[in-house]
Design a protein around this ligand. Sequence first.
Ligand code: BTN
Length: 326
Amino acid sequence: MTAKSPREEILRLFHKTAGTFVSGEEISLALGVSRTAVWKQIGLLRELGYVIEAVSSRGYRLVSTPDTLIPAEIKSGLDTGIIGSEILYFDELDSTNARARQIGDAGGADGTLVIADRQTAGKGRMGRQWVSPPGVNLYASVLLRPPIPPWQAPQLTFLSAVAVARAIEEISGVRPRVKWPNDVLLDGKKVAGLLNEMNAETEGIRYVILGIGVNLNMGAHQFPADLRYPATSLRLHTGGPVSRLAFVQSLLRHLDALYQKCLSEGFSPVIAAWEGFFDLVGKPVEVDFQDRVVRGVVEGLDDIGALLLRLADGTLERVLAGDVRP
Ligand code: BTN
């Protein structure tokens, strides 16, 4: 764990005292800095959009927090063991996945989180673009160094999907569905996309990047007109704004719990949790393999997460990749 910055320390004090006054002396003692330095930090926080009341003789009181994703605010009250061990925030990046790869190449720690307010070249699957306007959504990449063989890495997608689905449910009370293998849906429309990238050699994985894009507050006019798959945002679905900060904290907690479970018990509990958000078992679907389309009835997932499809001639097809449509 790295040492807390003065800003993180002040925010920690404010959150601990939950809306009551903290004296300037208490802050200066906790930070080991002068009262003038405390005043300066309060000024910097106000510039970031924090509303802080100052009353002489009582001290400072945090009135409201901006919905920014700065590391100090995300870390405040976060008790994860691995995920978010380091948090890096950028106003703008080409792609959080691309930056996380650079950090992975440079030896970055397991659990490092990269977040951007906007992406100029957000990457979607199959070379598509992930539209990433500022101020509204979550664009995040997590660097992991799991001690698993490379063939198991695709199963980490189920981990991100379950964590996103659980965070959506926790924050909004709405239960999303998952689309095999890696989309999260609300009313059949895509609310989150996941893009995992791996750097491995024959002996093992160097790192995996879990790329997570969640449409939280995006308005209808912000979606491109030519989307292949209908899309939505949590705000469009529920009608109310979503705190990006609360969402990312919930997501990190769920990712951490699932990752630790995976490390101790393997992927089966994660795949079982994923099946709890999947509603196509027993239903007819078609799978588009680009060069052919196969129809069958979904029987479930096998132990590595392949989709099991019973075809009309009675044979069982194990699907490892393809676009599944109800
Ligand atoms: C998909 O096509 O469904 C996957 C979209 C993944 C988008 C996220 S946003 C954060 C991370 N950085 C990227 O460039 N892409 C992923």
